[in-house]
Every structure is written in structure tokens, then in C-alpha cells.
Design a protein around this ligand. Structure first.
Ligand SMILES: [Zn+2]
Length: 436
């Protein structure tokens, strides 16, 4: 398939730029799953297209990357609201998760992908269980994902690690390369040292990243100091984990030394501001991390603590929280936010050809309507994009050169059927857990 998007306002995304570049009256040519041209219409080479997309009144930009989520938790949306993290997990979430069957995880993932596509997310990094169901759903839907089997280990049996390794071996590079895998030991507090070390060995052997939760709460941090006599960052460094690609979710309570270490080692920190606020975990010092040279990406976390998968909300809160907590309105620029939501995430997923709209890059892109009451008159495109645009302004989402969402319709997902099955599964789980 050869696709042309014409008469569009283009932002190719942000790499080293300090401002978001915008190119008016642009054209994008897509051949198969790659961008072959993205720039001024006046300079475009001739291109015979099978499909023409009219970009008038719309902004084309790289698709969003949600770097930390537990997608199938959509079935537990809003469960356990307003509890602290430990009670939320032990009283609300874990007692229900044991009733999540393979079928439930399939429909929960489909529901989550529908929501992500609707709001312009094209790839995501998922940690959960029943991961064969997740991988199959991603394969069928057409999204791009990095998937890891969440490993918990309190008795040194490392029992969860084996299915995680089997899963990684089976699915790495599947779905025409749209699926990549990682090893996902849940966190320092939910695993033994033996399990962490074996996770690292396996990640090295498979040449994949490690995805885990780091210092989500103050209690995580004090608990780690008690258990290990050092911070989680030092613990990971001591065992050599930081020499492997690491995706560290939350990082709310990192010390200045931890921040310097993560910057030096190139760890990707995933900022999940809404989940951290809702569970009263705190506010990660993102401005300080960016200044120190840390890689910062964005995530929603699971919807039970968010309560949606709309990454635009994280994009707005990321700079707002830093301005509010540092009392400095100049910190965290729109360009830094856009990079976090796109290129930094794509790089952490292991791609060097994703996250920008440039020739040779994979065609994961979205179109955003900017002729709306809440974005008119579009006086300052950078500010408008980060602070005024809503997720619902996304009118087209393309992954790997294929349109998966356009003007309210999904091309690979049956919305009515998924909503009905999701309601039924959620009902069954709540009844089994004695909540209905
Ligand atoms: Zn999480």
C-alpha cells in the first residue's frame, strides 16, 4: 500500500531541537510500512499513491509511545479508587486479578488497545500475565508493543521467571517485528535478589531490556534501604543490571546520586504522573532528571490507578507539575514533553527508526484536528499542542503504514463486540471476587 497525506501541518517530532518544528502545507508519502517523504508539498517528488488522505485542518505527528502500562487492567477500571498503593494492591487488585483468565486478558487488552488508538498511542510497553493472550491480541490488532511477563518472587523459587523466559523466546520479533519482548521482574520489593540476578542473566542472554518498577512510593525506598542497605538504583547497579537496557517506571523517590547514576547509565525513566498522584505516591523530580541528562518517557500505568489510557493527560501534567513544584514556569518545555511522549519512548523500545516522521522511519503516525473551539486560534503551536489539544482530537492513527483508527472507526477491532465482552468479563470477575 502506498499512501499520501496531503495539505497537512507537519511536525516531524523532536530529537535535539529545543523547539517543536512545524512545517505548513506539507505532504507525507508512505510506501508499505516506511515513510519515504515528509516535508514541504512544494518540494515533494512525484509519488503514485493507492490511498489519498486529506490533511487539511489537521496536524501530522509521530504516534505516542506509552512506556508503562498493564493494558488488560482495563477490566478493573476504577476499582479500589482512593486507597493507598499497598492497600489498593492487597485489598482491591490482587484478589480480583486471580480471576483474570486468558479470555479476560484478551478482551481487556483489546479494550485497552481501542482506547490507546483512539487517543493516538501507536506503541506500548506492557507488563502483565497471560501474556500469550496479550501478544496474540497485539498481533491481530496491528499495534506495536514491547511485552514482558511480570515476575513476582518472594521465596527464591523464581517460579514466574520460567513462563516469562518461554514467552520472551516465543514472541520476540513476532507480528512482522511489531512485537518485542523484555524481562520484567516486578520491582526490588516484590522479588528476591536471586530472581533479580537470574532476570538479568536471561535479559543478557536474550539481548532484551529489563522493565521494572523503581521507587514508586516512599515506602518502596525505605523498605529497600532496610532490606538491601542501599537504594534500589545502587542495588541494580551493584549487580550489573544498569549495563543492560533498563526501563524504570515511576522513579518518584530517586536521590540526587540515583539520578546521576541513571543519567550516566542511560536508564529510561518512565514518568506516570497521574497514577503517582492518584495513589498519593508523590511527584517525580522530572525537571531535575532532564537537567541531569536522564532519558524520560511517559506512561499511563494501568487504568485502575489512572483511570484511562489517554497519554495526552500525562503530556499536560508532566510540565505543569514541575512548574508548580519548582515555582519556575520555564522548566520542562513543550519540546521536552513531545520528545518524552514519542522519540524517547521509541528508543527505549529498541528502535532507531521510530518516533520521528522522516524518510526511512517506520510509519507510526497520527493526525490531530486543530480547527476546534479549544485550539482556535492556534496562536502558539507548541503551547497549543501540549496544553490545549485533547486526546479526542486525534482523528487518524496509523501503525506500521496501516490505518487502525479513523474518524470514530477501528479497522481491525470490532468495537461493539469488544465492549460487550469486556462488560461481561468484568461482571464475572467482580462477582467471583465477591464485589457484586
Ligand atoms: Zn505499574
Amino acid at each position: 500500500m502506498r499512501t499520501r497525506i496531503s495539505s497537512v501541518l507537519l511536525t516531524p517530532g523532536v530529537d535535539r531541537e529545543t523547539h517543536i518544528p512545524f512545517i505548513p502545507d506539507a505532504e507525507i508519502h508512505i510506501d508499505g510500512n516506511r515513510i519515504v517523504y515528509a516535508g514541504k508539498a512544494a518540494d515533494a517528488p512525484s509519488f503514485a499513491a493507492d490511498k489519498e488522505i486529506d490533511g487539511r485542518g489537521r496536524l501530522a505527528m509521530p504516534g505516542l509511545c506509552n512506556l508503562h502500562t498493564h493494558t488488560a487492567m482495563t477490566l478493573l477500571r476504577s476499582i479500589g479508587s482512593d486507597l493507598p498503593l499497598d492497600r489498593w494492591l492487597t485489598e482491591a487488585i490482587w484478589p480480583l486479578e486471580k480471576f483474570l483468565t486468558a479470555d479476560a486478558v484478551t478482551v481487556g487488552t483489546e479494550l485497552g488497545m481501542m482506547e490507546m488508538l483512539r487517543f493516538g498511542t501507536t506503541s506500548f510497553n506492557d507488563m502483565y500475565f497471560q501474556m500469550d493472550s496479550v501478544a496474540q491480541a497485539v498481533t491481530d490488532c496491528g499495534m506495536r508493543a514491547m511485552l514482558g511477563y511480570g515476575v513476582i518472587d518472594f521465596d527464591e523459587s523464581c517460579a514466574d521467571l520460567l513462563p516469562g523466559i518461554d514467552f520472551a523466546e516465543k514472541w520476540n520479533g513476532a507480528a512482522d517485528g511489531r512485537i518485542r519482548v523484555n524481562i520484567a521482574p516486578h520491582s526490588e520489593g516484590a522479588t528476591t535478589r536471586k530472581c533479580m540476578e537470574r532476570s538479568l542473566e536471561e535479559a543478557k542472554r536474550l539481548n532484551v531490556a529489563i522493565h521494572l518498577h523503581v521507587d514508586e512510593t516512599q515506602k518502596d525506598k525505605s523498605g529497600c534501604l532496610e532490606r538491601r542497605g542501599m537504594t534500589a538504583a545502587s542495588y541494580m547497579n551493584e549487580m550489573g543490571m544498569l549495563d543492560q537496557p533498563v526501563i524504570a517506571a515511576h522513579c518518584v523517590w530517586l536521590s540526587d546520586e540515583d539520578i546521576a547514576l541513571f543519567a550516566e547509565k542511560g536508564v529510561t525513566i518512565v514518568h506516570n504522573p497521574i497514577s503517582n498522584l492518584k495513589l498519593a505516591s508523590g511527584v517525580a523530580p522530572i525537571a531535575k532528571m532532564l537537567d541531569a541528562g536522564c532519558k524520560v518517557a511517559l506512561g499511563t500505568d494501568g487504568v485502575a490507578s489512572n483511570n484511562n489510557l489517554n497519554l495526552w493527560e500525562e503530556m499536560k501534567l508532566m510540565p505543569m507539575l514541575q512548574k508548580g513544584t519548582t515555582l519556575d514556569p520555564t522548566v520542562v518545555s513543550p519540546a521536552q514533553v513531545l520528545r518524552a511522549a514519542t522519540l524517547t519512548g521509541a528508543e527505549a523500545l529498541g528502535y532507531s527508526d521510530l518516533g520521528l516522521l522522516k524518510p526511512g522511519y517506520l510509519a507510526d503516525l497520527i493526525l490531530v484536528d486543530f480547527r476546534t473551539a479549544h485550539t482556535c486560534p492556534w496562536n502558539d503551536p507548541e503551547s497549543d499542542l501540549i496544553y490545549a489539544v485533547q486526546g479526542s482530537d486525534v482523528s487518524l492513527t496509523m501503525v506500521d503504514g496501516k490505518v487502525l483508527y479513523e474518524d470514530g472507526r477501528f479497522t481491525t477491532l470490532d468495537e461493539k463486540d469488544i465492549l460487550a465482552r469486556a462488560e461481561k468479563e468484568a461482571q464475572r470477575i467482580l462477582e467471583a471476587g465477591g464485589r457484586k
